[in-house]
Design a protein around this ligand. Structure first.
Ligand SMILES: [Fe+2]
Length: 183
């Protein structure tokens, strides 16, 4: 008996094949994130990868829809939906991650630990718009995503892990003060 044929996927076949080609290179995390980002740029789906109901999001908080988990656990594909004003906690990841925005605007704040790990400092900020794709890999991937726009924001995330098994790609969250950048 094989489980593979029973794996549920809502990911377009072209995107899946492209991600497999990139991960099959067995490069390190940073290189894999760059390779997968290049493929996601070429194969970025539209927001209609989700149903109309899913695209509305939830007033309870941002929602993650798992679109695919690779049978060998090498990657997962999710779609995240943020209503205006919703945000993630400050967090980092257990593995590489690639994000492509499908709708709306996602404000990404990049942070780094300071003062012996007792504080955070903002080290970068990007407003990602539809079509923008970015890849990153630990360590040094502490960030927070906020929908500061007026529309629902939707993005596709590819993580180098089996999200179904782990439950999440988040390594930890950080509840620390953010100190001003030293000039
Ligand atoms: Fe993240």
């Amino acid at each position: 008996m094989t489980q593979a044929s029973a794996v549920h996927t809502r990911c377009p076949a072209g995107l899946l094949a492209a991600i497999r080609t990139a991960t099959a290179r067995r490069a390190d995390w940073a290189q894999t994130a760059a390779l997968v980002a290049a493929q996601l740029r070429l194969h970025l789906p539209g927001p209609d990868i989700l149903t109309a109901g899913e695209r509305e999001g939830s007033p309870e908080g941002y929602v993650c829809h798992t679109l695919h988990t690779e049978p060998d656990g090498s990657f997962s594909v999710c779609a995240l939906v943020w209503q205006p004003g919703q945000r993630t906690p400050v967090h980092d990841h257990v593995t590489w991650c690639v994000v492509g925005v499908l709708q709306g605007a996602e404000d990404e704040q990049l942070l780094a630990l300071r003062d012996g790990g007792t504080a955070l400092e903002e080290v970068g900020r990007n407003v990602n718009l539809p079509g923008d794709v970015a890849g990153f890999a630990p360590p040094g991937d502490i960030h927070r995503v906020t929908n500061q726009g007026d529309d629902v924001a939707i993005s596709v995330h590819v993580y180098g892990a089996d999200i179904g098994r782990l439950g999440s790609s988040v390594r930890r969250t950080y509840d620390l003060p953010v100190v001003a950048r030293a000039r």
